[in-house]
Design a protein. Structure first.
Length: 318
């Protein structure tokens, strides 16, 4: 084999090994680290969604506490005076506080006064999960036995998830004994969700536990992870979907919070990776041509001339 062919073959193999190593490092080391970074970002964005939900629940719980720790409410549980009901339990209370549920129960769970409605339309509705006659003594919303204990969270109903809070009825000085429970709730509808999306700038949706989509998501999470994982992340059409379970006040899964966000980090890295691979390949090709040019001019051509000269001298000697 000619020397030139050997050198060219060696350089080509060397550059191919370099290209393979460069591509492998990008795919095995750099790109996975960016994907991991994006997954962490997705989890943080999802946590912002759940924090927004907790904030809404905390606001309802705070309002419920203001109403429950009040001498007028404390007296109403026992005397049920019409003046209190007329002044404080009218439609204005539901509209101003954007409430769909307001119940006042005695310590045994019997409803002293209650109303469930759609505050947007003002129409009364029926909620089997919150009967207006009485609640079971072991109901999740009646578990707050200490003076300052609150039960707050999500209650899954046939009409959708309900943000709800229960507070013990006390005096204005937050003294007992506990005379009953005040329960306030607000449906987590599209309007509430849209407000939270605008606040946190993360698009998400709520999938209730009585939805077939919810059951499919749980089955998929168990199939992929072996258990119901706190976070399930999947890719779909260049977007990253991350979801988590939000528990109900009863302890069971309430609904699925599913956030949808573009996979900007990994997509950008993939573009740069492809651009970098092409750039490196073209650079290597250019280097190969330059090296061949200089090798041919400064090494291979002189060697070839020397060879021909040696052959000519040998011929003359013979």
């Amino acid at each position: 084999m000619m020397l030139q062919t050997k050198i060219v073959s060696f350089l080509i193999i060397l550059l191919m090994v370099y290209l393979a190593l460069s591509f492998g490092i990008q795919r095995v080391v750099i790109l996975p680290s960016f994907i991991a970074l994006e997954r962490d970002q997705a989890r943080r964005d999802l946590e912002r969604c759940t924090q927004a939900l907790r904030l809404k629940i905390r606001q309802i719980s705070t309002t419920a506490q203001d109403w429950a720790a009040w001498d007028d409410t404390y007296r109403f549980i026992t005397d049920r005076n019409e003046e209190y009901a007329k002044s404080n339990l009218g439609m204005t209370t539901f509209t101003v506080n954007r409430l769909d549920v307001l119940l006042l129960c005695d310590p045994g769970g019997r409803v002293v006064w209650g109303r469930t409605l759609d505050h947007k339309t003002g129409r009364d509705i029926s909620l089997p999960e919150l009967p207006l006659s009485s609640l079971p003594a072991d109901h999740a919303l009646l578990r707050n036995r200490s003076l300052e204990e609150a039960v707050a969270g999500v209650l899954v109903t046939a009409r959708g998830p309900l943000l709800i809070a229960s507070r013990p009825v006390l005096t204005s000085e937050h003294q007992g004994p506990i005379r009953g429970y005040l329960i306030m709730g607000r449906f987590l509808g599209p309007r509430e969700i849209q407000k939270m999306i605008e606040q946190i700038q993360v698009r998400f949706e709520i999938i209730s536990s009585n939805s077939p989509v919810f059951r499919f998501a749980i089955q998929k999470a168990v199939y992929q992870k072996g258990s119901v994982n706190p976070h399930v992340i999947e890719m779909r059409s260049g977007r990253r979907l991350v979801s988590t379970l939000y528990p109900s006040v009863a302890g069971a899964p309430g609904f699925l919070v599913k956030a949808d966000m573009p996979s900007r980090i990994s997509d950008t890295m993939a573009v740069f990776s492809r651009f970098g691979s092409v750039f490196i390949a073209l650079s290597c090709l250019l280097m190969l041509l330059i090296m061949l040019f200089f090798l041919g001019k400064n090494i291979l051509s002189p060697i070839e001339n020397l060879k021909r000269y040696a052959v000519s001298i040998t011929g003359e000697g013979q």
